[in-house]
Design a protein around this ligand. Structure first.
Ligand SMILES: C[S@@+](CC[C@H](N)C(=O)[O-])C[C@H]1O[C@@H](n2cnc3c(N)ncnc32)[C@H](O)[C@@H]1O
Length: 409
């Protein structure tokens, strides 16, 4: 067991605080805070860097350090709450700092200066209501694996080793109704992957082995209902229990609000939506274009497209196609507005350049990784476009993740 004693000076993208070892290598230390002198247990190393977890604060404990609400997800524990040791208010500072430095590191000085000139602030805002629970009890979806003893387990961070867990503090209270630590033990099988969900419009359910259950051996519908209220408007959705949906209980409404504010869709507009999932954004976009306009949405997952079609039943000018988005699919793409919500890897330089150069008025990019956001926006800048809107929102409290919405025109 190798340990190092170091001073932490900064924070890095990915959830670690940063310091330097005596041999000059950069140390990425999870569960540390800048200003602290800490003992780090090394969990991995290369010729240029060392990774580890803070197992002891030796001196200068940070005023922003809090006791771990979920100790099993602390140092040397399971992944999933790598900012669980950081005071809720300071998580926004941490993430804003990472966002600003990532903009510069990936997009260069030009992108940082461009954001400043455009009056765009790289700040990450907490979701309303989260301060009350310090961001705990906010997730309507949690995933785990059944351990050898039949109890819920998760993987130790960056490893294939399963560790039993005794609670899920990130889950909303309603998930407790499933009694995950009760009668399922003799029913589900070790090694099975389980998703527990508490949809806003249906009873809590468990997705395991491709089926949906509300209690051991008691089947539930394979689709659940999600109701999202934004500005007094209700958007209602069906979603396959195993399919993608935003995990934070307020994330769906927040993303609709931000995307619609940035997209400025007018009646009669032609909108192209990429990576549209079950149609979370497609529905409000179609309401905004009205029947004089059109929304063309693309999504790779068949089940999500089935959900989206059901969700757009009353808005027939919105059409969804099951298709992989690649350079071929985007050839000749055009419209008033393109909305893209890709997975963590972002659009990539090729697709970002295609969109940047396309006959499209406004591109709304939803990014769950600041590095891919900075790269994609920098590529579109290189096509002569300007960033005109930027908001970042903390839809993953107690982890290093957050979401960005950028508009490029
Ligand atoms: C971050 S989710 C966003 C979905 C939706 N906007 C929402 O918020 O619910 C990204 C979606 O992209 C889809 N996807 C990933 N790669 C894709 C590809 N190459 N082509 C089409 N869809 C893809 C996934 O299935 C997923 O539904």
């Amino acid at each position: 067991m190798t340990t190092l004693d170091i001073d932490l000076t900064d924070v890095a993208h990915g959830g670690s605080a940063v310091g330097r070892a005596e041999d000059g290598r950069v140390v990425f230390a999870r569960f540390g805070l800048p200003g602290e002198r800490v003992r780090v247990q090394v969990t991995g190393q290369r010729s240029t860097l060392i990774r580890g977890d803070v197992v002891e604060v030796l001196s200068n404990p940070s005023e922003h350090r809090v006791d771990l609400v979920w100790p099993e997800a602390g140092p040397l524990g399971v992944g999933g709450a790598d900012l669980g040791h950081v005071a809720f208010d300071y998580q926004a500072e941490w993430k804003s700092h990472v966002l600003a430095t990532t903009l510069g590191r990936i997009g260069g000085r030009d992108l940082q200066e461009h954001f400043a000139e455009q009056g765009l602030s790289p700040r990450v805002a907490a979701l309303p209501g989260d301060a009350e629970t310090s961001g705990w009890a906010t997730r309507t979806r949690i995933e785990f694996v059944v351990g050898e003893d039949g109890r819920p387990a998760m993987y130790r961070d960056s490893s294939h080793e399963l560790m039993g867990v005794a609670s899920f503090p990130l889950a909303v209270e309603e998930i407790g109704e499933l009694d995950l630590f009760g009668g399922w033990r003799s029913w589900w099988k070790p090694g099975e992957r389980v998703k527990a969900l508490a949809p806003s419009g249906s009873d809590p359910a468990l997705f395991v082995g491709g089926d949906v259950w509300w209690a051991p051996g008691m089947r539930a519908d394979e689709v659940v209902r999600e109701d999202v209220v934004v500005g007094g408007e209700l958007y209602a959705y069906q979603v396959h229990a195993g399919g993608f949906w935003q995990v934070h209980r307020a994330a769906a409404a927040s993303l609709i609000e931000l995307v619609m504010r940035g997209a400025k869709v007018q009646p009669g507009d032609r909108v192209v939506e990429l990576y549209s999932g079950a149609g979370l954004l497609t529905q409000p976009l179609a309401v905004a274009t009205g029947e004089a306009g059109a929304v063309y949405a693309m999504e790779a997952t068949r089940e999500a497209v089935d959900d989206a079609r059901a969700n757009l039943r009353d808005l027939p000018w919105a059409r969804t196609r099951a298709a992989r988005i690649d350079a071929h699919a985007l050839e000749g793409v055009n419209g008033d507005v393109v909305v893209a919500d890709p997975p963590r890897a972002g659009l990539g330089t090729e697709l970002a350049a295609m969109l940047g150069e396309a006959k499209v008025g406004r591109i709304v990019l939803v990014s769950c990784d600041p590095a891919s956001m900075a790269r994609d926006v920098a590529v579109m800048r290189g096509c002569g476009r300007k960033a005109t809107f930027f908001e970042a929102v903390d839809i993953f409290p107690n982890t290093h993740h957050f979401e960005c919405v950028t508009v490029v025109e």
